[in-house]
Design a protein. Structure first.
Length: 327
């Protein structure tokens, strides 16, 4: 399936590949955090140390954001920095996406994914869901997710997959494992555990340090411009726009969507200055980017993303990470 507004995506890719600080277009990887509240304290997630105010997006703000992004994207991720099922109207958030002809995806730790929630997922026609389980044993789960319940997460995930089999509006489902020191050596056991259970994709994902917020010291080794500054846009529940999807703490605000149009924010002075620094090879000196371990992306991936829909692009990136093509 071809993505929406290929010409816009082509202009984004052209801006990156030609080294231009101004987009003159609109990013096509959109994440809107409908809540930054969470019921876990995962060691690989900066949510636990974030000082960003806690809250839930209003349906009015979400409607405004979707109206602005819908001409350019066909998929929006509604789980940027929290557990989406904690939003009291998460189902209405999905329905708001659909009213704007945008597909919605969520990522969950599965603790709230009981049968009632599953039935609601099928009713509203959620388009994609990522079941973030990340462990193949209770011991590693306890190290990764303090305060969680491994048995409950497994049971909810298994029941969801079982219930999905007979549903017409079944979301594209990924079972995910974030590779970390706490679960080292469990990748194969995890894959065996979930193979044939009904998931569309089993993803073994590398752990990122989220701009140095978690995972120890890191110094950026490449001066290659980060593609996320061109292709992606992230919005917190309260409308503030962080530097990128890796900067969950919101340490550098790039704009406020309650006050300014997103099309203005993506090419404002703040964004252009950071892109300019990346293009000049100064990313390692940036206070946030210099500590980030997000992988570099080769130009074929950037250009190829123009022609594939978001679900396909996500799966291709996951496959590339798996076989080591993203460095």
């Amino acid at each position: 399936m071809f993505p929406r507004n290929i010409y816009n995506r082509f202009k984004v890719a052209r801006s990156y590949l030609l080294g231009r600080e101004r987009l003159g277009a609109f990013p096509f990887e959109i994440a809107i955090g409908i809540t930054n509240r969470c019921n876990l304290d995962c060691v690989f997630c900066p949510n636990r140390i974030s000082r960003h105010p806690r809250g839930d997006i209003s349906l009015e703000l979400l409607d405004s954001l979707l109206r602005q992004v819908s001409p350019f994207v066909d998929v929006v991720d509604l789980s940027f920095d929290g557990e989406p099922f904690l939003h009291p109207a998460w189902d209405e958030c999905v329905e708001t996406c659909h009213r704007h002809d945008v597909r919605a995806i969520l990522q969950t730790n599965c603790l709230l994914l009981d049968e009632t929630t599953a039935r609601k997922i099928f009713r509203v026609g959620l388009d994609g869901i990522i079941l973030s389980l990340d462990a193949a044993s209770p011991e590693s789960y306890a190290r990764l997710k303090p305060g969680g319940d491994y048995g409950k997460a497994l049971q909810n995930a298994e029941n969801f997959l079982r219930l999905s089999r007979g549903e017409r509006k079944r979301p594209h489902t990924t079972v995910q494992f974030v590779r970390a020191p706490e679960n080292a050596g469990e990748e194969k056991a995890f894959a065996r555990r979930w193979r044939g259970r009904g998931a569309d994709f089993i993803r073994i994902k590398p752990r990122f340090n989220f701009s140095g917020s978690v995972g120890g010291e890191y110094r950026r080794r490449t001066t290659k411009p980060c593609v996320l500054l061109w292709t992606s846009l992230t919005v917190h529940w309260d409308g503030t726009v962080p530097l990128c999807c890796m900067e969950i703490e919101g340490l550098q605000s790039m704009g406020d969507a309650r006050r300014d149009a997103l099309a203005d924010i993506v090419d404002n002075d703040a964004y252009r200055e950071v892109r300019r620094r990346h293009l000049a090879g100064l990313a390692p000196r940036h206070a946030i980017c210099g500590r980030c371990d997000a992988p570099s992306v080769a130009w074929p991936f950037v250009f190829g993303s123009v022609f594939v829909d978001d679900f396909t692009r996500r799966n291709l990136i996951a496959f590339a990470q798996k076989i080591g093509l993203l460095q």
